[in-house]
Design a protein around this ligand. Structure first.
Ligand code: NAD
Length: 523
């Protein structure tokens, strides 16, 4: 059993302190000198493998700048990586749980030392401002620390409870599944990428991991840390590549035992379908763990503390430009206080500064040209479906820099069945609804196929209790923002089309990657 203190989430950095801002700026300079422009290869069986094609990662806030490149895996690399991972599995599954957990703790120690560098990479590669990058790296460290400790409860025969029976010994054994595939999104390119590979690995699986197309540099940085921490060759196969080219090969492979995916609903459903089809030579039903999109709502009723509701709404909607699965894209306000609340939200959001992640602006550029086009299209759709109260433009440049800049946009008096009410936009665009009363507000909140996060700002005990029961989301927040779940504190995952509710950072998350064997011996 590893001897470590109880899990405690990492503290966040206080950027009102001058010394912390200075340290961050020094890290940006270091990353510009040492990492920007770097090339990351594939890693298969511990060896660096390069490809002729290079995937290029651009700075979203200055799209003339190349942040770095990665190799682009082909289907042959997928075959090689899966075969190598199965070989490595033979050894890895026999390691003591605590020895595997120590590798996570070592990786955490390295990442703590390099915390500011990881943040700085994400400011440049993803356009995260200081606080957004800081909370993400804190989350990445938390995943390592939390899963290292969680693994202990699966370590021994009999650690899951069974009932005593006369004349026999009965018990449950947890065993790893085998080789899994992990496919991650670009919006939490350090924390989600790392959490999704560390969890299955610590309990004895080997992983073939594909980071998102737009976040290869931070993924390469994180993969290097895991290898430096001591993972044996083949346990972590690093396979950057285009999802559209190698995705099906990874998820449809007959030797893929399970898939852990975080991303959009269409891609998630595609993976679900491909994984369900049994291939020649396949001898299991593939397990899929899916964390998908959201259309997250915050309800404000007439009993709410208005100032707190306004702060909650603005933070939830526009933190990292609304590019969080948990971001508030729907604000539902009860008629009595609609004008006051919406007026204040518009005023507050109108004061957000626009700029680059490196400048620590409130609102930066969205991740890619593809996202820019899609979000700006929704701005137009929204203008036809409601009243534009703020923004509505997508300038595509700022301060002379070409980038994927989109104005924070608020659209009022939207119908609950409008496209911008139902479809995930994944950018700084909020639809606002005027609810007749509390019941109507709750109906609007539950009127999409999604069920990821949601919130209520209210001082009515009855309504909060009703929401506890009826608001269909995996993560429900009262009287605060609806983003920013902390590992171990708010286990995270959604219902309905938002996913399989695996609850990352929760007490049972690791069991997604294990199977149980019941063993009975009659004396
Ligand atoms: P995406 O679905 O476009 O891509 C996710 C990953 O899937 C990428 O690595 C991509 O290359 C890969 N991919 C693409 N086609 C594939 C295929 N056919 N087979 C296998 N893999 C394929 O999502 P994104 O734009 O990277 O991320 C944003 C989405 O992720 C949003 O919908 C957001 O809500 C969701 N998200 C959900 C959570 C959560 O915990 N529920 C967290 C973060 C992001």
């Amino acid at each position: 059993m590893i001897r470590v203190q109880e899990y405690r989430p990492q503290a966040f950095t206080d950027f009102t302190k001058e010394e912390n801002v200075k340290a961050y700026q020094e890290a940006l300079a270091k990353v510009r000198a040492e990492i920007v422009g770097k090339h990351y290869t594939l890693i298969i069986d511990g060896q660096k493998v390069d490809t002729a094609e290079r995937m290029v990662s651009l700075n979203p806030c200055d799209t003339d700048e190349v942040v770095g490149t990665t190799a682009a895996a082909t289907k042959e690399h997928v075959d090689q990586a899966i075969a190598g991972a199965w070989k490595a599995f033979e050894g890895w599954k026999k390691w003591d749980m605590d020895a595997r957990a120590r590798i996570l703790l070592k990786a955490s120690a390295i990442l703590k030392r390099r915390r500011l560098e990881a943040c700085a990479i994400m400011s440049i590669e993803a356009g995260k401002n200081y606080a957004e990058a800081d909370v993400e790296v804190a989350e990445a460290i938390d995943f390592l620390e939390y899963y290292a400790r969680s693994a202990m409860k699966y370590a021994h025969f009999g650690s899951a409870e069974t009932t005593w029976f006369e004349g026999e010994e009965n018990g449950l054994m947890w065993i790893p599944l085998g080789v899994g595939v992990s496919i991650s999104p670009w919006n939490f390119p350090a924390a989600i990428f790392l959490g999704m590979l560390a969890a299955p690995i610590v309990v004895g699986n080997c992983m073939v991991v594909k980071p998102a197309d737009n976040a290869g540099v931070i993924a390469g940085f994180i993969a290097d840390i895991m290898l430096e921490a001591g993972l044996p060759a083949g346990v972590l196969q690093f396979l950057p590549g285009h999802g559209s080219e190698i995705g099906d090969a990874m998820t449809g492979h007959p030797k893929t035992r399970f898939i852990t995916f975080t991303g959009s609903v269409p891609v998630g459903l595609r993976i679900h379908e491909v994984a369900a089809k049994v291939q020649p030579g396949q001898k299991w039903i593939k397990r899929t763990v899916m964390e998908l999109g959201g259309k997250d709502a915050l309800i404000v009723d007439e009993t709410a503390d208005i100032e707190n509701a306004v702060t909650s709404a603005v933070q939830s909607a526009f933190g990292f430009n609304g590019q969080k699965c948990s971001a508030m894209s729907r604000l539902i306000v009860v008629d009595d206080v609609y004008d006051e609340v919406v007026g204040k939200v518009v005023e507050r959001a109108g004061k957000l500064t626009m700029g680059t992640g490196e400048e620590n602006a409130n609102v930066t550029a969205v991740i890619s040209q593809k996202a820019f086009k899609s979000i700006s299209e929704y701005q137009k759709v929204g203008a036809g479906e409601g009243k534009v109260l703020l923004g509505g433009e997508a300038p595509g440049e700022h301060n002379g820099k070409k980038g994927n800049y989109i104005q924070p946009t608020i659209i009022g008096d939207v119908d609950r069945n409008a496209r911008i009410s139902q479809e995930e936009i994944f950018g700084p665009v909020v639809a606002v609804f005027r609810a007749k009363d509390w019941q109507d507000a709750l109906d609007i909140a539950n009127s999409t196929v999604y069920g990821l996060t949601g919130g209520v700002c209210s001082n009515s005990r009855e309504r909060l209790e009703e929401a506890r029961e009826k608001f269909e989301v995996g993560n429900l927040y009262f009287n605060r923002k609806i983003t920013g779940a902390i590992v171990g504190v708010q286990p995270f995952g959604g219902y309905n089309m938002s996913g399989t509710d695996s609850k990352a950072g929760g007490p049972d998350y690791l069991s997604n990657f294990m199977q149980l064997k019941t063993v009975t011996e009659r004396w």
